[in-house]
Design a binder for this molecule. Sequence first.
Ligand SMILES: [Fe+2]
Ligand SMILES: [Fe+2]
Length: 213
Amino acid sequence: MEERIGEGFVLSCSDIITDQGFSLDFFIHSTNVARIALEIAEDMELSFMEKQSLYQAALFHDIGKSKIPQSVLNKKGKLSPNEWEIMKKHSIYSQELFLSMASLNSKNIEIGKIIRYHHENWDGSGYPDRIAGEDIPLPSRIIRIADIFDAITQPRAYRNYKITNALEVMEDMKGNEIEKDLFDSSHSLLNSILHKTLKGNTVNWKKQQLMKL
Ligand SMILES: [Fe+2]
Ligand SMILES: [Fe+2]
């Protein structure tokens, strides 16, 4: 499954990645999030179809960042309120771009919704639609956890170091940004991924994932 969807992701995004000067970091983040989300889904014993939609949505979740100006996307300092409003549009752009590349069947429309809601918070404080709790599709809630986990364990444009106590940081997000029960049940899995990546073999771990695409 990963091989086929991954191949589609590379082919679909190659023009955008090349045209917009997208970095390898973007590609690695997307594949990291997809892999982590899939591992959570496997732990939860979701169906093949659910896992397939989740994996595809996770791969495309940030593709809309290709429409965000580089000055905002790669800004080293804190974003201004206006820049933040621009940045927040990326989840809608991701949905639109995915649907512009995929055939408009019910499955892809569902995947588009999963992509749109990947920054919605459990407490309703997220974006773009400020939906909350179980109104947020389960795959979007899984991607939210995988996305935060990968974001805080990898260096970012505004932070050139990794946060090593990621799970402690995420503990404080329970019930706010992320769903408490989902995080608790994924804790040991995330802990094992954290230890694999912190053993100094982050690059190898990424290479292994890229080889699976
Ligand atoms: Fe995002
Ligand atoms: Fe992301």
